[in-house]
Design a protein around this ligand. Structure first.
Ligand code: GLV
Length: 320
C-alpha cells in the first residue's frame, strides 16, 4: 500500500479522505524532527512537508521510493525543488487557500502600522490613565489617497492590490514580468522599476517568493531609496528584507515604520525590533485561521490523491 508521511501535527478534518485510502503516518501532538523523518523516509512514497521543514538533497537521497513532496504552504523555499525534479520527485504547494488570508494580514499590518493601533493598545494597557490622549496625540497617517508599491505581483500581490484599490490607494507594482496591459487595467495597477517604486511609494509591501535572487531584496540601499515617511510591510519570507538594516532604518528614521509577519532569523524578530514603537509584528500568522488550516490540509490531500490517482487537478511546482 502507498505510504504517506506527514511531518507536522495537524487537524485531521482535512485528511479524512486521504486516511481512508492510504497508509498515512502522523506525528503525535508535535511535529516530527528532521532526524525522525530521515529515519522513516526510506519506506515512504509521499512526504507531506510543512514550510519550515527542510527537504534537502540528503533527505531525498535517503528516500528511494519517494515520488511526491506535497508542501503545506504556497512558499517552497524549504524544498530543494531543482534536486527533487532532477530525481523525478514531483513537488506541489497550496496557493489557493493562502491567497486571501495573507493579503488580509498584509492590509491589516498596513493599517495597524499607519494608524498605530497596536502601539495605542499597548500604551493603554501599560500606562492606563497616564497615557497621553487628545486630538493631537497618537497621530497616525492615512492609507487612503496614498501609493502602495507591491513587490511581487503573484496571487497574493494581486489580492492585496484589489484591497488597496478598494481603500482608494494608487498601486504600483514591481515583478519579474510585467503583467499584460489588460490585466494592469483590470486591477488598476501600474508597473514600476524597483527604484521608481521605492522612491514613489508611501507603503511598500513585499509579496515575492524567497529565492536566491530575492534574498535581501530590501537592504540598506533600498531602505535609503524609500521615502522617510514610508511604511514597509513583509508577509512573504523574512530573508527578503535585511533585518539588521531594517532595525537601523527604523531607529534612525530612514523610513517611518514597518509591519512584519515574518523574520529573517526564524520565528522571532531581532530583539532590537521589540524595543521600537514604530514596528508592528505578528509571528507568521498570514494563514493562521482554523478554516484556512483545514483548507490547506485538504489542498495537500487533493494534491496527493490527484497525483496518485489522476482524478483531480494538482498544483505542481514547475521550477525552483
Ligand atoms: C506560508 O507562509 C505559505 O507559504 O503558505
Amino acid at each position: 500500500m502507498t505510504k504517506v508521511l506527514v511531518t507536522y501535527d495537524m487537524f485531521r478534518e482535512g485528511f479524512t479522505e486521504l486516511e481512508s485510502k492510504y497508509d498515512v503516518t502522523f506525528p503525535n501532538h508535535r511535529d516530527f524532527t528532521y532526524e525522525e523523518v530521515y529515519e522513516m523516509i526510506p519506506e515512504y512514497d509521499v512526504l507531506c512537508s510543512m514550510f519550515d521543514f527542510k527537504v534537502n538533497k540528503e533527505l531525498i537521497d535517503h528516500a528511494p521510493k519517494l515520488r511526491l513532496v506535497a508542501n503545506y504552504a504556497v512558499g517552497y523555499n524549504n524544498i530543494d525543488v531543482a534536486y527533487c525534479l532532477s530525481k523525478g520527485v514531483t513537488v506541489t504547494n497550496t496557493p489557493g487557500p493562502v491567497t486571501a488570508p495573507t493579503a488580509n494580514v498584509a492590509l491589516g499590518l498596513m493599517i495597524d502600522a499607519a494608524r498605530r493601533l497596536t502601539e495605542c493598545d499597548r500604551k493603554l494597557r501599560t500606562l492606563g490613565h497616564d497615557m497621553k490622549v487628545g486630538v493631537l496625540e497618537n497621530l497616525g497617517v492615512n492609507i487612503s489617497g496614498k501609493t502602495l508599491g507591491i513587490i511581487g505581483m503573484g496571487r497574493i500581490g494581486t489580492a492585496l492590490a484589489k484591497r488597496a484599490v478598494a481603500c482608494d490607494m494608487k498601486v504600483l507594482y514591481h515583478n519579474r514580468h510585467q503583467l499584460p496591459v489588460e490585466q494592469e487595467a483590470a486591477f488598476d495597477v501600474h508597473y514600476a522599476l524597483k527604484e521608481e517604486l521605492l522612491a514613489q511609494s508611501d507603503f511598500v509591501s513585499v509579496n515575492a517568493p524567497y529565492t536566491p535572487e530575492t534574498y535581501h531584496f530590501i537592504g540598506e540601499a533600498e531602505l535609503k531609496q524609500m521615502k522617510k515617511t514610508a511604511i514597509l510591510i513583509n508577509t512573504s519570507r523574512g530573508a527578503l528584507v535585511d533585518e539588521y538594516a531594517l532595525v537601523r532604518a527604523l531607529q534612525e528614521g530612514t523610513i517611518h515604520a514597518a509591519g512584519l509577519d515574518v523574520f529573517e532569523f526564524g520565528d522571532y524578530p531581532l530583539p532590537e525590533l521589540l524595543t521600537l514603537d514604530n514596528v508592528v509584528m505578528t509571528p507568521h500568522i498570514g494563514t493562521q485561521t482554523l478554516e484556512v488550516r483545514i483548507l490547506m490540509a485538504r489542498t495537500v490531500c487533493d494534491n496527493v490523491m490527484g497525483f496518485l490517482e489522476g482524478d483531480r487537478s494538482i498544483t505542481r511546482v514547475l521550477h525552483p
